[in-house]
Design a protein around this ligand. Structure first.
Ligand code: ZN
Length: 137
């Protein structure tokens, strides 16, 4: 078992409209979808740059984890998401390796994914998201 490719980079933003304009200029392409994830308190906007996916994340309420992140760190890279084939098996493998898994069982995320986060204090201060594509068998 191992992690797969980087599925996307998550970027925390204060103002989704303003950041969509900025990233549209930067990447030369418009966002392909917006999705609100109420369980996470976020509104997301997705871009494709070549094979790479960028997820902008804005808080939808003051207690959103994204709002806490913005207050502490300001805007910028929030998490790195890796694709996995079998999320439950990866969660078990990483727990056995001493990582703290924040979502076990995993939960539904944006863009048709089943997701789990690792606590950054056990992963080199990088918030790591694992995601399994639910549209794949
Ligand atoms: Zn993500």
């Amino acid at each position: 078992m191992a992690l797969g490719k980087i599925e996307h980079l998550g970027i925390a933003v204060a103002d989704l409209e303003a950041s969509e304009i900025l990233f549209q200029k930067l990447l030369g392409t418009a966002p392909y979808k917006r999705e609100r994830v109420d369980s996470e308190g976020v509104e997301t906007s997705f871009f494709l740059a070549g094979p790479n996916k960028i997820e902008l994340l804005a808080a939808t309420h003051p207690n959103s984890p994204i709002q806490h992140f913005l207050e502490k760190n300001g805007e910028g890279i929030h998490h790195v998401a890796f694709q996995v084939d079998n999320l439950q098996e990866e969660i078990q493998r990483l727990k056995n390796e001493g990582f703290i898994v924040l979502n076990d069982p995993p939960k539904p995320g944006a863009d048709g994914k089943l997701i789990a986060f690792l606590h950054p204090k056990t992963s080199g201060r990088v918030l790591v998201e694992l995601c399994q594509d639910l549209s794949q068998p």
